[in-house]
Design a protein around this ligand. Structure first.
Ligand code: ADP
Ligand code: MG
Length: 242
């Protein structure tokens, strides 16, 4: 479980997050919705300890991490696989090399175990036959699936996805959402997924937190969002561009 307790974050004098409290349960797909620039990616950076809160506490499985050093953060970060918005794949490496890179760099596993894990992720992501292909020769949806495979290779408890369907055509986006659901059902992972796309939410999210003006204005089941009268939520539900 990841828990934010009364977390505030300032960049300079600008307060981005104001006293946020949020719980991310195991084996749950929690989405975070909010307009551009509101602080969604900042929440993921806080979870990973890449930035420190100005105020408040962040617990990962009961351990408060906000004063942790890089060395202390290493085992914490292994619990969380991250899929960046732009994938952050290495252009000069093949699919297999991308997937294995951080594992080879960071864990002293036998090569046979690394190869086994790469194979496992290639299979899960439906990328058999593409092991030796460079990212430039893959579609947007396939690149995203490589990034998901790379995030899973440490066998995390959670996967953090920053706008994983942005820029994808509807069919590729649906495939990615299906992969996220399979992560929960087949592997038992929890997911923290950022989005601003309405079709991502229904039938996928267990819970949705809406971030607006630095505050959580809604946190609950997607189906009950319509009971909230807030202009951002209303325009989101009417499928307007948010
Ligand atoms: P979102 O992901 O919701 O679009 P971000 O979390 O990336 O938003 O950023 C929230 C706000 O903080 C934005 O206005 C952004 O410009 C600002 N911001 C992000 N990173 C920094 C930084 N390192 N220094 C100063 N301002 C930043
Ligand atoms: Mg962002």
């Amino acid at each position: 479980m990841i828990e934010f307790r009364n977390v505030s974050l300032k960049y300079g004098s600008r307060e981005i997050l104001k006293n946020i409290s949020l719980t991310f349960e195991d084996n749950t797909i929690q989405m975070i919705l909010g307009p551009s620039g509101v602080g969604k990616s900042t929440i993921i950076k806080l979870m990973l300890g890449l930035i420190k809160p100005t105020k408040g506490e962040i617990f990962v499985d009961g351990v408060e991490i906000s004063s942790f050093t890089e060395t202390q953060l290493f085992p914490i970060r292994q619990k969380m696989g991250i899929v960046f918005q732009g994938n952050a794949l290495f252009d000069s490496m093949t699919v297999s090399e991308n997937m294995g890179f951080f594992l080879r760099e960071n864990l002293k596993l036998p090569e046979a175990e690394i190869e086994r894990r790469i194979k496992e992720q290639i299979k899960f992501a439906g990328l058999e036959g593409y092991e030796h292909v460079l990212p430039e020769n893959l579609s947007g949806g396939m690149k995203k699936r490589v990034a998901i495979g790379r995030a899973l290779i440490f066998h995390p408890k959670f996967i953090l996805l920053d706008e994983p369907t942005a820029g994808l055509d509807p069919i590729s986006a649906k495939k990615i959402l299906d992969v996220i659901k399979r992560l929960k059902v087949e592997i038992g992972l929890g997911a923290v997924m950022i989005t601003h796309i309405i079709t991502d939410v229904f039938g996928v999210a267990d819970k949705i937190a809406v971030l607006y003006g630095g505050e959580i204005i809604y946190n609950g089941e997607p189906e009950k969002m319509q009971d909230v009268s807030h202009s951002f939520i209303t325009s989101f539900l009417s499928n307007a561009e948010v």
